[in-house]
Design a protein. Sequence first.
Lengths: 223, 286
Amino acid sequence: MSEIENKAENGSMESAGECTAGDTKDDKGLGLGVIFFIVAFVVCFLSGTLLFPKLLYSKKEQPFNFDHALHVSEAGDCETCHSLRDDGTFAGIPKLETCLDCHSEDVLGDSKDEAVFVEKYVSKEKEVPWYIYSRQPDSVFFSHAAHIDGAGMDCVTCHGPIGKSTSLKPYEENRITGYSRDIWGKNIFGIKKHSWDRMKMDDCAECHKKETGFKGYCFQCHK
Amino acid sequence: MKQENNKEHKFGMVIDLDKCTGCGSCMVSCMSENNVPFKEDESNKKDSITWMRVYKLTNGKSFPDTETAYLPRPCMHCAGKGGHGHSPCVSVCPATATEYGHDTGIVSQIYTRCFGCRYCMGACPYHARYFNWWDPKWPEGMENYLSPNVSPRMRGVVEKCSFCYHRYQAARDKAYHEGRNDIEENEFQTACTTACPAGAIVFGDLNNPAHKVHQIVKPDPHPDKWNRHVVGKSRNPKVFRLLERLGTNPKIYYLSEREWIRRKGDNYLDGEWDKIKNHHGSSSHG
């Protein structure tokens, strides 16, 4: 037998010896290891689900609260304020001019939000700097006309029952990308319960596939 | 949905090289329409980006027989061999960042998807694609003049002519709003077409016989009988496409009365031109 083989044999003997020696101790060691693993998992899991979104998203309050439910009951429907222009483009959040169709420098209701609106914006003729929850990245083209006029869809399908809300939630911005959290979805696991929970490309493609049989060419929604 | 039921479009262009004066209006309008960044030194052609580029052609003869012509070159929006959408650039893209739209015949380029490998630039026989070596830089205040309908590109991605696709999107928006199924010919025209002072560029739907581009080009509905890869060949003997024999099937057609210009459309061997001058792209004569 050569020296190397000798060594190898001794080596394996040694390690085998250690193993058996370890096995007797292992009962306790294994238990501690499992506990340590579970504790570490729980810590990581909780920080990932609770702490990480707080770090990732900054919270911003809207300039003042807006009661959608009240305005819908007063003005009728979504289209009264959020309209399509004559050329088919979507006007989005109304400009001050649209608000002034009903509002004036006299406060209509008794909420202090309207007082803020009149004092800070109407009297100064300044546009309200709303944060837009559904603002898409620059590379996205979205045609409201195609979905409302072409496909006859309701606002609720993508925007949710926002018309029934009485207050505005804080705007959460992804600190890295600068996009609204409503694009990625509120649920950190990406689980979707309603059609309006997320506004990612896959969500568009999913509905297009279902309704038209084809997810669409790139240029259909990109610019 | 309506748009899927619509008949397929095949947008294309015919450029009259006898009308083109080489003024460069198409290049300027294209750059400003599509937020194409300009460089400190635009003469550095390895760096500058020109979706539409005007080339100068000469017949190579000396005075008094010398003649000059100008050839504007946008993206050819190739339909690929047999017209099945296998454009040279599309078939090599590993990121699916470029795609042939069978509904419009337009080759898209998605900047957010592109990671800048530049295979497509190598594959394109027309040098229609450009790489952003640098982030775009606009002189102060000029950001306000950018078009919101076209997304600007960052460094490290490839860009090219889109046939002003955003104008198609806008035209379709209007059609939807007015309850129409389809757009009119004049509702979707590219920036270069509308800017050309000589009216040398005609743009429209090659599938629609009512469109002017169709009437000039008269595309052959059948594949070429000598080279089955070539489809949509013009039945107008004055009309040719660049490197037609490759079978890339561009949707940019050129029109000229002058034979020496038509001959510049491909690399013909000695004597080859005389045999096929009335059937551009018909055969490789291999």
